[in-house]
Design a binder for this molecule. Structure first.
Ligand SMILES: NC(=O)c1ccc[n+]([C@@H]2O[C@H](COP(=O)([O-])OP(=O)(O)OC[C@H]3O[C@@H](n4cnc5c(N)ncnc54)[C@H](OP(=O)(O)O)[C@@H]3O)[C@@H](O)[C@H]2O)c1
Length: 248
């Protein structure tokens, strides 16, 4: 199947790595220099964005939400499927700018670069299977029944890498504060995250915590400091704020 990706930024580039194996990918974007590099690196076709005819094509839109109006003025015809990664941009809004027979919204994250994105998908049920097949090529997938759920998922899995980056950086900072070399602190944190993935896959987070925390021990001391500082509440509020932002 042919897939036309509109945009050549971070998300488009992350996605290409996975989709190019199973789909005939063409990237359509405005920066010719970037397109030339992409052609060479990924062995894909590219086209400069300028009155591009999307008629009957399957299109994956990966530009910034604020660029939608400008980009749509450079697109002609009616696409078959429009797959949009634009955060906080509803299908209703997409419809008002770009014509397509089927609309699907997907919310990947930057881990798509390593085919490890956690991608949420919603929209036209008729194109559920094909949309999931595309998204599966760059990681795990979750189909949800509404755009509200996709917006909540955006806060968790789309913005999530930034939230977890804060955790990683803070843990490393704490270690350095107590005297560990920065390089060693970063090595520890990377190893911690890697080992945490299989643990989380097999265990409920509350049980994981209980398994590590012994009575009156080191983990309990650290954990109570986190609670004292309202870290749990801070994360809950972060999801609420990020979700609310998708509605604006
Ligand atoms: N980054 C993430 O972690 C993430 C996660 C989930 C969803 N998303 C969504 O992915 C989309 C792209 O984000 P990104 O991180 O890839 O951003 P990015 O790296 O800044 O790339 C944005 C792309 O949009 C193009 N663009 C911007 N304004 C344009 C205009 N007026 N006309 C034509 N093209 C224009 C840029 O072209 P130039 O290079 O020529 O400027 C670039 O190709 C966003 O809608 C975002 O909500 C991102």
């Amino acid at each position: 199947m042919e897939l036309y990706i509109i945009g050549s930024g971070k998300m488009a580039t992350s996605i290409i790595e996975g989709v190019r194996k199973d789909f005939a990918v063409t990237v359509v974007a405005r920066n010719e220099e970037v397109l030339k590099k992409m052609e060479k690196k990924y062995k894909i076709k590219t086209i400069k964005l300028n009155s591009f005819n999307i008629h009957g094509k399957n299109v994956l839109l990966a530009v910034k939400p604020y660029a939608l109006k400008n980009v749509s003025s450079n697109l002609m015809g009616k696409a078959n499927m429009l797959l949009s990664v634009l955060a906080g941009t509803s299908i209703q809004t997409l419809k008002s700018y770009i014509k397509a027979s089927h609309y699907v919204r997907v919310m990947p994250n930057l881990a798509a670069t390593y085919k490890k994105s956690m991608t949420t998908v919603t929209g036209d049920e008729a194109y559920k299977d094909i949309a999931l097949q595309i998204c599966k090529s760059f990681g795990d997938i979750l189909w949800v029944d509404s755009e509200k759920e996709l917006n909540i998922a955006t806060a968790v899995a789309g913005s999530g890498p930034a939230f977890l980056a804060l955790v990683a950086e803070a843990l490393s900072d704490g270690a350095v504060k107590e005297g560990l070399k920065r390089e060693d602190a970063n090595t520890l944190v990377k190893g911690l995250f890697e080992g945490f993935v299989p643990l989380l896959k097999e265990n409920h987070p509350a049980l994981l915590k209980d398994a590590v925390m012994s009575p009156g021990g080191t983990t309990a001391a650290g954990y109570s400091a986190l609670e004292e500082k309202g870290v749990r509440d801070g994360f809950i509020k972060a999801i609420t704020k990020a979700y609310e932002r998708t509605l604006k």
